[in-house]
Write a new protein. Structure first.
Length: 291
């Protein structure tokens, strides 16, 4: 009996074109991107070409885009970065709020990361679930009531179990209306290839992505970090990025395996969302662990 696989929100098979491209990249782009000789420079060029395609696809603008091992690492890095920044602001005498607010239907990696780094950093903030309504969307009235005391807000763009698409525009509008300086992380794992993204035009501060949800190998992901955000009379402050591993030239510790795998020839992965998605997938050698 032939199996019919219907769990693509959990993971997808790796497309044959991606497998072939991975082998080609490992054979021809094996250099260390941190090396200054020709082989290393070739690997670095491949890695940077990949980054530029990703930047165009996601509408990164002046923001930062780092490659990593997947969404869980991206979430960990975003949470740690935000909480370190919040601690610095509080130590400087700034009011940051007392709540770490996350959607009730978030992936468990989000509340567990919040609890872990909140405890290790000694922040003593309170974790609070943001309820959802009968349709599975965030309760905006509840958010409005909690927002003034929120230090960090974590929501998802689209839910992996229900398929519900979050009303991010309304959330952003609430943040703006309240003049909130809360850090906002949006889990965009299920949005890539399904929703057209222009992150620089949003209020989103951190956005993690995962490759294996869209026909790439496991162990590949990205994290978007916004270039700056409104900070009241203080103007725009640069975003804080705190890697949770150190040692090496990259934000994720260790050598940058630019040819670890490739994500090329996947022109059908993005579906009808936009032509630029298809162009990106045709020529994206995804790197693992690159800054």
């Amino acid at each position: 009996m032939q199996e019919i696989y219907l769990d693509n929100n959990a993971t997808t098979h790796v497309l044959p074109a991606a497998v072939a491209a991975a082998r080609q990249a490992m054979e021809l782009g094996f250099g260390n991107p941190s090396s200054t000789h020709a082989t290393g420079l070739q690997a670095k060029a491949m890695m940077e070409a990949t980054r530029q395609r990703a930047r165009r696809l996601l509408g990164v603008g002046e923001g930062r885009l780092m490659f990593n091992s997947g969404a869980t690492e991206g979430i960990q890095t975003a949470v740690l970065s935000a909480l370190c920044a919040l601690r610095e602001r509080r130590d400087a005498g700034e009011q940051i709020g007392s709540l770490l607010l996350y959607g009730a239907t978030e992936h468990k990696a989000v509340p567990e990361s919040l609890a872990h780094w909140n405890r290790l950093l000694g922040l003593g903030l309170t974790l609070r679930k943001l309820p959802v309504d009968s349709d599975g969307r965030h309760d905006l009235q509840a958010l409005a009531a909690l927002l003034d005391d929120t230090a960090m807000l974590c929501t998802m763009a689209a839910n992996n179990e229900t398929g519900v698409i979050s009303d991010l525009s309304s959330i952003a509008q609430l943040l703006q209306e309240r003049g909130s300086d809360a850090c906002w992380m949006v889990d965009c794992v299920q949005a890539l290839g399904k929703l057209k993204l222009n992150l620089a035009a949003t209020r989103i501060d951190y956005a993690p992505f995962s490759g294996h949800k869209l026909y790439a190998p496991k162990g590949i992901g990205m994290l978007y970090v916004r270039a700056g955000r409104g900070a009241g009379s203080a103007g725009r402050r640069p975003h804080f990025l705190q890697p949770h591993r150190h040692g090496g030239h990259a934000c994720a510790a260790g050598s940058q395996p630019a040819a670890c795998t490739a994500w090329r020839g996947i022109q059908y992965a993005a579906g009808p969302v936009a032509a630029d998605h298809a162009q990106f997938f045709r020529a994206w050698p995804v790197v693992q662990g690159a800054a």
